[in-house]
Each structure stands twice: as structure tokens, then as C-alpha cells.
Design a protein around this ligand. Sequence first.
Ligand code: ADP
Ligand code: MG
Ligand code: ZN
Length: 600
Amino acid sequence: MDKKKEKKDPKQQKKLWISLIVLVILLALLVGLILWMSQNKAKEEEKTLAYTDLIKEISYGNIEKIEMTVGSTTAKVKLKNVEEEKTTIVPNTESFMDLVQTKIAEGNEMELIQKPRSIWLQIPAVFLNFLPTLIMVALFIMIFKMQGLGEKGKVYEETERKTKVKFDDVAGLEEEKGELIEIVDFLKKPEKFTKMGAKIPKGVLLYGKPGTGKTLIAKAIAGEANVPFISMSGSEFIEMFAGLGASRVRKLFDKARKLAPCIVFIDEIDAIGSRRTSNSGAETENNQTLNQLLVEMDGFGSEETIIVLAATNRPEMLDKALLRPGRFDRQITIPTPDLKGRLAILKIHSKDKRLSDNVNLESIAEDTAGFTGAELANILNEAAILATKNEHEDIENEDIEEAVKKVTVGLEKRERVISEHDKKLTAYHEAGHAVVSRYLPTQANVKEVSIIPRGVAGGYTMYKSDEDKYYVSKTEMLEKLIALLGGRAAEKLVMNDISTGASNDIEVATKIARDMVTKYGMSEKLGPIDFQGKEAYEIQLFGENIGDKIGQEVKDIIDTAYSDAQHLLVEHRDKLEAIAQTLLRQEKINEAEFETFFDE
Ligand code: ADP
Ligand code: MG
Ligand code: ZN
């Protein structure tokens, strides 16, 4: 404080006292709130599970129990084969609840416990919305004034460890590894590069679907360079307290500076780094977190050997500021593995498993086009479990094939009782898919048709995926739609009634048709314009009532495909009947049997 100001007039002194008292009260509130929060959260903070990982586990059916408090964004998760409960921060609770409830409705054995709000939250809504915001705004201002006070205590938890993962553990992805090897060199011998005046990227963004190995490859870089791996997930930065997200980022980088050379890995960066658009509360908070991240990344020079790796599966969501030079100026796409990659991944993950001689990994790799590394690893794990269940000496080929089906369509449920009517409906539905796709040149061969319930499906038609395609043509997409709607068309044609069994087909078909129009620019009328992820007003910029036209186009595409499917089935009604009847008799038809219907 300034010497001159020491002689204050009483008014000023009074002011100082008042602000001190206010500060003390606010601090007490802050402490109270933190204590209250930590009471609820202390345990949960110990083990966290990234949101994307939770979604993965749900789809694998590995969840035993999910517990959520109404109005909270944290879910307590109990995995089937893990002792302790984990917590996950759920970005959108509403859609997450929807997802869980649908999964349960579909027959997944998991328990959902919805806890009522605590008494605190039962205070009338207006008050509820009003009071915490007020306190938080006040706190926020105070925290900033007091510089760093808010950072005391356990406000974040990032994991830091030396990983043992090496590039050899990452199968396929040879080009990507080739690109990343220079980062390993840099982490090992930074002087070599700086002497040369070379600028090494500070940040590398890894784009790719969940389970493609982004985390794995990031760990492998740290492992190869033998440096610490500090990681945090974007969703963990999203905090109730304004300003804490930013403070977490600051602490993360403080730690990184101490441990340098090291790798900082930010998973799900889209959670904080999505485009700064509106000014709503949550957005502002995110902005601060994002701004802090940008400040940190701009702040360290090349003397500090810190490489920031970040992963996302939604690159289009990211704020452009993240991609500027000196930040994440290098972007690497981690693709879903091609045939060679899948084989390599299967080989790596079967190394520690006992495979029987009859296992043909090549053919498994052929059958799993579109699968990610995580799904392939999961298949081998499932196969090992099935082999144990079936009391096989080693993992047999049939165990793996069964595991593939389990992962794609769910577990076979022979014991489920089905009425004759439902059985017939399913038989015609599946035969409809199979027959229609048989007459569509771009569609893959049928590998198996079954009316044995599996997972949520009453039956299924499996196709042989013999190719990895990078591009899909319009014809192919149109024919895919016809094949998808073949099930519903057959129900209508034969039973003159339609069922809910086609809901998934319809969902997929609608998405394809919408993507064709709004993403791939395949509509003649609307032209090659990307309408996806645009706000209504942005779409309006392309012309009057353009939203209606998009809807109309999507509908036209679907309608045409549905009527094409019906025509094909009317024309080949004999095949439809023969296959459906065979299905009713023997429940399953394999590839060779299926082809016999089309001989001559
Ligand atoms: P992402 O971070 O992209 O969601 P992960 O790196 O977490 O995916 O991958 C999950 C798991 O899947 C890994 O732990 C590994 O077992 C397996 N996996 C994925 N890709 C590969 C790969 N290319 N090689 C070997 N295993 C892989
Ligand atoms: Mg990951
Ligand atoms: Zn279907």
C-alpha cells in the first residue's frame, strides 16, 4: 500500500472495513460450499472415468450401476469387473439419461439409480437459480482480487506417471508414428533441435473416433521419450465454480513446467475448446478455461520442453484460435484401422492370449471393417471370456466369431420367449433385408441371417465387409438406404402391418439421408453445401425456406428408397417367401445356404 494513502479519511476507512467484512463472509461461504461439495465429492474425485470411456463401456455392456443425483453433472459408475466406483462428469445430463434409459429399455443389464436432489436443491427454483449465481459471481470477483486464493486446496487432480507404452504397442498407424517420432527425438534431445534453430510444434492435435488409439499413441510418445505423461480430460475442466477451470489449466501447466521435459495430454479437448459463440454462463466459463489454455501455450518457449497433445473426435467443434501457429499447429488424423491395421491390432492383443490353431486372424480382420482398435481389443477379450464359459482349452475361431457378433449386435438370447407372430414378423423382416440387398450391386454379400434374438435385436442380417473404403458413392448410399428399408417393406408387404422392429433401421436410414443432403452435398436441388452444425439463421442465409427444402429432400430420398425396396420385394416375392420360411424352420441361414436360393 502507498505511504501517502496511510492517512485515510474515516469514510474511506469505513469502506475498507466493510469490504473486509464482506470478504470474510464470502470466504466463509466459499469454505462452506467447498466443504459441502467435497463431502459429496471427496470419494468421487479419487477415480474418474472420462465421459467418452463411459459411453464406450456402456456400449460394451460393462456397466453394473449408474447413480446420478437429479440436477448434478456427476455420475457414479460401477463397472462390472472393477471393485471401486468411478465418477464421470456428464456434459449433457439430459441426453445421457436418455441414452442410459434406452440402453436399459433395450435389455442391457444395468441399474440406473436416480437420487433426488439434496435438501439444498429443493429450495424453490427461482431462489435456487438466483442465490448460487449471486454467491458465485461475488466469489469469482473476490477470488480474482485475492489472486490465487481459489487455487488452494484440492481443486484438480491430474495423473502423472511414466508410461511403459512404446510405439511397438501401437499397431498399424505407421505413417502417424512416423510423423510423431520427431517429437520423441525432440523430447530426448531438445538441444540438438534448438541449436539448429528448429521450431518444434508445441501442440499436436489428434483427431479420431473414440477407441482409435489416440490416448495410446500419446502415451507411447511419452514412453518412447521416457518422460512424464501428465493427462487431463477436457470434461474435468468444466467446473461449477467460475474460474476454477482456468485455474486448473494454470496448475496443470505449472506442474508441467516443473516436470519438463514432459507430455501434457488433454483428452476431449472439445469440452473446453469448442467455438466461442454465445455468452451464456457455461460458455463464459469455458471461454475462460480456453483462454487460459491459450495463454499457457503461448507462454512457454521452446526452451521448456513441453509438448501438448490433445485429442478430440469432433474437430469441427474446435475454436479456430486453438489451431493458430504456436498452439496446436500440427494436426494428425488417427483413422479407423484398415485391413492391415486391424490384423496388426488383433495380433498385438492376442499375444497374451491362448489362441487355438484354427483361429484365422486374417479372416477376422476381414470381417471387422470399420472397427476401432478398442473394439478389436474388446472382441479378443470377449472371445477369451466366451472360451472360458464354453470350457475350451484355447480360444477357438468360433469364440472369436461369436464375440464379433456380441460386440456388433449383442449377445444371443435363445431363452427369450417369442410369440409365433413375432417370429414370423422377424423372419420376413430379415429376409426382406437380405433379399433386397442381394439385388443391389453395391451392397455387400450376406454373411448370415438369423431370427435368434441378440441384444436388442429380434434378429439380424450380417453382411460380409470385404473392403475398406475411404469414399462412399452416392449410388452406394442410396442402395444402402434401400437395403435398410427392406425390412420394413417386407413386413408391410407380407403381413400388411408394420412393427417397431424397424426403428433402428429407420434411425440409421434417416441419418444417412440427412447426411447426404446436409453434409455430402449430394442433393441436386440444394447443391454441394455443408449445412451441418449451422445455426438456423446461418442456414437461412442460403435462401428462403431452405430449412424446409432440406427436410423435403431428405424425405424424398427416404420415400424413393422405401418404394424401391417394395418394388424389389414384389418382384422377388418367391425368394422372400422361401428365405423367410427357411428362417422360421431353422432360425439361421449362412452365406452358402443363402446363395443357393439364388442359383440357376
Ligand atoms: P482413444 O483415446 O482414441 O479413444 P484409446 O487410445 O483409449 O483410444 O484406445 C483404447 C484401447 O484400444 C487401447 O488401450 C488399446 O488397447 C486399444 N487400441 C486402440 N488402438 C490401438 C492400436 N492402434 N494398437 C493397439 N491397440 C489399440
Ligand atoms: Mg482416449
Ligand atoms: Zn432391420
